[in-house]
Design a protein around this ligand. Structure first.
Ligand code: SF4
Length: 87
């Protein structure tokens, strides 16, 4: 499970994030290309843009569920997004 206290610095502010467990496998960038990018210097992905449409949210959710190391989370900053906080 992703840890919001372990988010990589490049994530754009908001609920969605990648944490430091990312192994740069490229899956999220394939699945949600609008929202995930590679930080080449670090060798990992980050949230380039928070999802804004239903389509982007579906793609991000698919990436979250498919990430092999569970490095994607969507509870990063509930105040900056309309995603309900679950604590
Ligand atoms: S799917 Fe997970 S491990 Fe793969 S690049 Fe994205 S965040 Fe990193």
């Amino acid at each position: 499970m992703a840890d919001k206290n372990d988010r990589v610095a490049q994530n754009r502010p908001g609920a969605w994030y990648v944490d430091s467990q990312c192994i740069d496998c490229n899956l999220c960038r394939d699945t949600a290309p609008n929202n995930f990018r590679q930080y080449e210097d670090g060798g990992y992905s980050y949230v380039y843009k928070q999802p804004e449409s239903d389509e982007e949210r579906v793609q991000c959710q698919e990436a979250l569920e498919s990430c092999p190391v569970e490095a994607i989370g969507n509870n990063g900053d509930a105040d900056a997004d309309d995603v309900a906080s679950n604590g």
